[in-house]
Design a protein around this ligand. Sequence first.
Ligand SMILES: C[S@@+](CC[C@H](N)C(=O)[O-])C[C@H]1O[C@@H](n2cnc3c(N)ncnc32)[C@H](O)[C@@H]1O
Length: 425
Amino acid sequence: MNIADITELINKFEQSVAQNTFIKLTLSNKRVSSSELKNVYVKPVMIKDRLLMSFVDRFNTKDVTRNLELQDASEEIKRLLEESFLQCYLASTTDDYHLLINKKGNSTLLRKPPASTVAPTLQHDKVKQRIIDSGSNYYLHALGILNQEGKVKPDMQDKYRQINKYIEIVDGIIKDVNFPDTVHVADMGSGKGYLTFAIYEYLTGKFQNENQSKFDGELVKQPLENGEILNQTEKIAIKEILMTGIELRKELVDSSNILAREAGYQGLQFKQGSIETTELENVDLLIALHACDTATDEAIYRGIKAEARVILCSPCCHKQVRRDMQTDGILSEITQFGILAERQAEILTDTIRALILEAYGYKTNVAEFVATEHTPKNLIISAIKKTTPTSKQSVIPDPEVIKKINALGAMFRLSSHYLQELLEK
Ligand SMILES: C[S@@+](CC[C@H](N)C(=O)[O-])C[C@H]1O[C@@H](n2cnc3c(N)ncnc32)[C@H](O)[C@@H]1O
């Protein structure tokens, strides 16, 4: 094996610690696919005035934390690279380094501009729950949301605000939802992946922190014979997030998959294809931000069919209903004005979507998620499954709600609503 690059990386790690520029180091891409150890995360911590390196070993069902002196940390990173992992990402405030090793043992060490220039705070055991942590997220730089100084670029302010608000809403909704240990998340029409990366990062952090604080409150840390600290009991399994972005455009799917690998996000993948037909294992949480026109219907359809526990869609344009809708009598007083006809189509489309979700057993709400000055496409339809999902048998819609939907459609002489068509196929 060519160990020159590993030695060089360790040197860079030690230099960055000595210069107080070290942010974090991530080991990913395990050498043996059956290995239980999925990732190792290293960050600096100050414990009783001593600077130590905190290692979090992420296994399928638990995290193990151990704190090492710098020299031991260097040896441990070297050992892990030789025995367990093929990739290492070192983030510092001056440069980032990405080490890639192939199965034959050949390696490349890439130097990159720093993803963040903000030094970490070295407090032990204080995990701050921010919505999006703009200080240390590699993907925010890679997607062009942050500039070199780690500040949100002026032309990305609206996007940044949107994804923050979306995550705030997800946060408010999912706290009362009972998710399984492996949470399957789907982002329909993921585009460049702004929301997908943010939600993935947020959910993995959230469940990690929740488990950590549950543990801290209940059981305290359990020292093991070898000096490690078990942060987790068998009773509390860390939730695993498996997230898929579905997107029609291949170039966006390819670039997002590359970025997910670079960021070490092993549970995140992107698939090329249409929302309606692309295969998905399961869906517990389905999101869609501005999936065009009927793509939002396809997204809701997939969520209902999969009996997703939560469906969150922010619709885009409403062309299907706009084309089909007709008015006469007093209603034509509204639709004689182009802009009001647009808005009427929007209201009709989204009301029917919300009612369909109700009919299929969801508690549904429609709200604004950002102010209209930032985007006119600011509605969010949120739906939480009222019952525990069945074993994926087809759910019969509530006939009373279907009657209301049909009456509403008849008022506007609607020959079809695309979501209803999909569900009745
Ligand atoms: C307006 S963009 C929004 C992207 C992303 N959700 C965001 O907010 O940053 C809509 C995306 O949905 C994709 N899309 C539209 N219809 C689709 C379909 N039927 N299946 C998969 N992707 C679709 C488009 O290619 C586009 O990238």
